[in-house]
Design a protein around this ligand. Structure first.
Ligand code: FAD
Ligand code: SF4
Ligand code: SF4
Length: 463
């Protein structure tokens, strides 16, 4: 075995998987996981832990894999994370834990994400479940939204003994894990539903089809419904558009709508009653994880797919693994191009995207080189579908229907960094609703931090 390289992970063949929605990565088996665990040097000052936003004791759980003590490994991860099966699959490891692993200096980093996923998946098969509260507390907390932030906050509060009810606007819990990230990257029944069951097993009640701000307001929850504190984990689900001519045409979708139809409403399944447009040639605009997911979904639905992104390959914000998988599945990357107009036929249906070529200029405030249009370089990509994947922002519904909630210019809720309390006493927030679109692990970490803040607040209030 070459100790400089990761133990390769088994994957579905690209030619086969480009036509199905089953999980692409098949994960490690016991022998593979143990061989990969042996590559960990058990560093006394592990840099990988510094790279993980929730500081999982990585050498600690890997040592337990070496001993084949999976419940032990699961317990070590559980000290810092409530969603290991999810994060092991979707974290941008190359810029976080694995990006700091010393093995990566001369060879390949330890495959921390795949090992974390192995522990979580094996623990599920073994029936390992999180431990519930030892004593009950009399106060109740309302959690708005059932994405990673809400689920993490709710489960930590339930473990502390509080009565917790999650209110979810959609008919199914999970947030982006259910409606955004496709089945081929994050299986719903095996992983997401299981995480939700774990949260429910702690006594958390999940009420779906309740839109806070329409069905009931936060003020009513606190003043009339007997909740002592509220956590807002409502995410950032409002899609952004380019505001270019033709964007209202038939055949133009936001990635959110397109993915929700496919993931949550199962439009891709034979016999599904949810309509979805099966394009011949689709253009996906954007370069993040959402763009990759939309592109790979359109590919599986039979389209030739082009990704149009205004910067270059280096600047693609998506996880490296997703970019690699997308290329293997035949997605065409038209980089350093920017759409300027969507062209339509006489029936108002998309029939092309006019783009202009870009060059990279000086670095902007984010440190990335800014794209600059090359005059006179316009060209047209013929297509019958355009999927806009330009990012999302928090929906203003909750902030506009609740007294005393301040928001930033970008629409994120203002919170106190210490405990995640908003500008309204007793109301806390975390995840994409505060930061704007970010990552699962950051949302989960914020949910846990807010749970600690809520516990402290309620204990002080009761003292
Ligand atoms: P969400 O997951 O958005 O959950 C918010 C929940 O609140 C939703 O269920 C919503 O319906 C509900 N809600 C909203 N308003 C109300 C209301 N008024 N009343 C009641 N309920 C409400 N991150 C990664 O780390 N890796 C990836 O590979 C990755 N890929 C992604 C792919 C896609 C397609 C998308 C969209 C995002 C991806 N992300 C990824 C980002 C990540 O999923 C989010 O950062 C994360 O889910 C945010 O969690 P959250 O709990 O804050 O919000
Ligand atoms: Fe790495 Fe994410 Fe796991 Fe942390 S939670 S160790 S960043 S995969
Ligand atoms: Fe193991 Fe790499 Fe972390 Fe060192 S930095 S403890 S080798 S995973």
């Amino acid at each position: 075995m070459d100790m400089m390289k990761k133990v390769p992970v088994r994957e579905q063949d690209p030619a086969v998987r480009a036509a199905n929605f089953e999980e692409v990565c098949l994960g490690y088996n016991k022998e593979e996981a143990q061989a990969e665990a042996l590559r960990c040097l058990q560093c006394p000052k592990p840099l990988c832990v510094q790279g993980c936003p929730v500081s999982i004791n990585i050498p600690g759980f890997i040592a337990k894999i070496k001993e084949d003590d999976i419940p032990g490994a699961y317990a070590v991860i559980g000290e810092s994370s409530t969603l290991p099966a999810v994060c092991g699959r979707v974290c941008p490891q190359e810029t976080q834990c694995e990006g700091r692993c010393v093995r990566g200096i001369r060879g390949e980093a330890v495959s921390i994400g795949k090992l974390e996923r192995y522990v979580a998946d094996t623990a599920r098969v073994m029936g390992v479940r999180p431990e519930g509260a030892k004593e009950k507390r009399s106060q109740n907390v309302a959690v708005i939204g059932s994405g990673p932030a809400g689920l993490a906050c709710a489960s930590d509060l339930a473990k502390l003994g509080y009565g917790v009810t999650i209110f979810e606007a959609l008919h199914k819990a999970g947030g982006v894990l259910s409606y955004g990230i496709p089945e081929f990257r994050l299986p719903k029944e095996k992983v997401v539903d299981r995480e939700i069951e774990n949260v429910k097993s702690l006594g958390v009640v999940i009420e779906t089809n309740v839109i806070i701000g329409k069905s009931v307001t936060i003020d009513e929850l606190m003043e009339k419904e007997g909740f002592d504190a509220v956590f807002i984990g409502s995410g950032a689900g409002l899609p952004k558009f380019m505001h270019i001519p033709g964007e209202q045409a038939l055949g133009v979708f936001s990635a959110n709508e397109y993915l929700t139809r496919s993931n949550l409403m199962h439009a891709y399944e034979k016999g599904s009653r949810t309509p979805i447009y099966r394009a011949k040639k689709a253009v996906v605009v954007g370069g993040g994880n959402v763009a990759m997911d939309a592109a790979r979904t359109a590919r599986r639905l039979g389209a030739e797919v082009h990704i149009v992104y205004r910067r270059g390959e280096e600047e693609l914000p998506a996880r490296r693994e997703e970019v690699g998988h997308a290329k293997e599945e035949g997605i065409i990357f038209d980089l350093l191009n920017n759409p300027v107009e969507i062209l339509t036929d006489e029936n108002g249906w998309v029939n092309g995207v006019k783009c202009i070529r870009m060059e990279l200029g000086e670095p902007d405030a984010s440190g990335r080189r800014s794209p600059v249009a090359v005059p006179g370089s316009e060209f047209v990509i013929d297509c019958d579908c355009v999927i806009m994947s330009l990012g999302t922002s928090p929906n203003p519904l909750i902030s506009s229907t609740t007294k005393g909630l301040d928001v930033t210019k970008r629409g994120g809720l203002v919170t106190n960094e210490e405990n995640e309390m908003t500008t309204r006493e007793g109301v806390f927030a975390g995840g994409d609703a505060v930061t704007g679109a970010a990552t699962v692990i950051l949302a989960m970490g914020a949910g846990r931090k807010a749970a600690r803040g809520i516990d402290e607040y309620l204990r002080k209030r009761n003292a």
